[in-house]
Design a protein around this ligand. Structure first.
Ligand code: VG1
Ligand code: CO
Length: 539
């Protein structure tokens, strides 16, 4: 029976950089998910006759939310929902399944790299028929709906069993439970040279993939161990858990600690890699060696010819403004299009759809291509394996050769956790006001050449977005300031530091960037306003 439930609005359902992300305790309040989902359905003029993709990264509250969404979809007249078996689907796979089935939309229930569990975070990423997350114009409309919602529709029925592959009915709606893994494997096999990677593992190449107790464990076991022949045990932390086993499933040097320790030990395999909660981020490590995501994007782009799917040519490449300019130098050398967009994968989608770019990436451990409309962790790792298989060179050799050829962007992100969001907003607003007065001023060894907000005019839909503030220096260094849009409480001020060097490479990146970090605190009045003399997290 379809029930219309009266509800009261929540005022905090505005989507951030990647969907809606809140504390599990907030998201599990009465009607919280229902309000948000009905607001989406209403914003797109109803979902009658439509097909959606649904799944999540397995975190706490996934199971409950999936049942709610299925029952709401049926009550709102949806024709069909394609669900990952047991409710699991990674973000990249969801995009793939959406595109392949020409579906109208999709939900991935995840807070991505944020911790999970009753005390962690829950979230919903909402994608549209292009396979990418909904554009800002639509999320604004959805937010307006959440502020005015009065009722939602839901089917009153028992929970649905999502363990068996196949088709079932919920009222008039069809639910198809799929093995999303196979879909993903097929796609990867069509991009990369699996035979070459098999030979690499056969020759004794060793590898460790840390799934961080999140959604990519089963994907990684199947692809790396079962198909490509990496030794059993190469994939670790492969059982998805509701709280990620207490891990913070963010693949960086701080949170992927066990993997980092292994890679810096005498037992280090030839390559190490990790993904985040929902499988769209990646970290690449060699023996005692870390590849920054910005360098990784540049290196993949420079080596596109080694990959079967790209060997005939690529369109262009894009990066978020905060990402280092390493890939810009490659784009110039290859004479391909080059774009800088705001932070958030949705900004790449128009560029991919209009065939302006093939590759794109962000400094936050995200890389991807136009095979889907999300970043893709396993794709990036397979790309690296394919390059290694073709060149016979190690992760470190490949990276050092890149620096030799193009010079090196020393790069680091400094995150300041600021409990008082008001204070953080004021810091940014005041800094923006001071930008014009900075030009020509000298801070230590750094002279400001230009200081301005980053404004992106989308060449496809004509929309304009302001995201972050950039200070350029005469020696080619840069500082980018912006506030995070994925947190679930307080504010995070992200300060991105970049220095460029063509020779005599300095190995201690943190030390080398320290003077610029000092300048960033001075220019932003960070210490003065927050009392912090050092960032809370360096990645
Ligand atoms: C962060 C990253 C951004 C990324 C976003 C979603 O956003 O900086 O590059 O696109 O997370 O990543 P913010 O606004 O907190 O800086 V994921 O793995 O959620 O989809
Ligand atoms: Co993610």
């Amino acid at each position: 029976m379809i029930k219309t439930v009266q509800t009261k609005p929540y005022t905090d359902q505005k989507m951030g950089t990647a969907g809606l992300r809140r504390k599990s305790k907030v998201a599990s309040q009465e009607n919280y998910v229902e309000n948000f989902v009905q607001s989406i359905f209403d914003a797109i003029g109803g979902v009658e006759g439509q097909t959606f993709i649904l799944g999540g990264d397995g975190r706490y509250y996934n199971k409950v939310a999936i049942q709610k969404i299925l029952k709401m979809a049926a009550a709102n007249g949806m024709k069909k929902v394609i669900v990952g078996q047991n409710g699991f689907i990674s973000t990249p796979t969801s995009s793939r399944v959406l595109l392949k089935n020409k579906a109208d939309g999709g939900f991935v229930l995840t807070a991505s790299h944020n911790p999970g569990g009753p005390n962690g975070d829950f979230g919903i990423k909402y994608a549209v028929s292009t396979g990418g997350q909904c554009p800002t114009s639509l999320s604004d409309k959805i937010y307006a709906n959440t502020l005015n919602i009065k009722e939602y529709k839901i089917l009153e029925t028992a929970d649905i069993d999502l363990s068996k592959i196949g088709v079932q009915k919920l009222g008039d709606m069809e639910i198809e439970v799929i093995d999303s893994l196979q879909d993903y494997v097929d796609m990867m096999e069509n991009i990369f040279d699996f035979e070459a990677i098999k030979r690499l593992f056969k020759s004794g190449f060793t590898f460790c993939f840390d799934a961080m107790n999140a959604v990519t464990g089963p994907y990684a076991q199947k692809i790396f161990e079962d198909i490509l022949g990496a030794p059993k045990g190469s994939v670790v932390n492969y059982v998805p858990m509701e709280d990620f086993g207490g891990l913070h499933p963010d693949p960086n040097l701080i949170y992927a600690k066990d993997l980092v320790n292994l890679m810096w030990s005498d037992k280090a395999p030839d390559m190490g890699a990790a993904n985040d909660g929902d499988g769209d981020r990646n970290m690449i490590l060699g023996k005692k060696f870390f590849v920054t995501p910005s360098d990784s994007l540049a290196i993949l782009t420079d080596n596109y010819k080694l990959i079967p799917a790209y060997k005939d040519g690529i369109y262009g490449v894009a990066k978020s403004a905060a990402t280092s300019r390493a890939v810009g130098r490659v784009a110039k050398a290859l004479n391909i299009g080059y774009y800088e967009v705001p932070t958030g994968w949705k900004y790449f989608c128009n560029l991919m759809d209009s065939k302006r770019i093939t590759f794109c990436g962000e400094e936050s451990f995200g890389t991807g291509s136009n095979h889907i409309r999300e970043k893709d962790g396993i794709w990036a790792i397979l790309f690296w394996l394919n390059i290694i298989a073709e060149t016979g060179k190690s992760v470190e050799e490949i990276t050092r050769e890149h620096w030799k050829k193009y010079g090196r962007s020393y790069y680091m992100r400094n995150d300041y956790e600021i409990a008082d969001a008001e204070l953080a907003n004021k810091l940014m607003n005041d800094l923006e006001g001071r930008l014009p007065s900075l030009e020509g001023k000298t801070f230590g060894a750094f002279k400001v050449s230009e200081a301005k907000p980053f404004i992106y005019d989308d060449p496809v839909d004509g929309s304009s977005t302001k995201n972050g503030l950039i200070v350029y220096f005469e020696d080619g260094s840069r500082i980018v300031y912006r506030l995070s849009g994925t947190g679930s409480s307080g504010a995070t001020l992200r300060v991105y530091l970049e220095r460029y060097e063509t020779k005599s490479f300095n190995e201690n990146v943190e030390k080398y960037l320290e003077p610029l970090a000092d300048v960033s605190r001075q220019i932003g009045e960070i210490t003065e306003r927050t009392g912090k003399t050092k960032a809370d997290l360096l990645t």
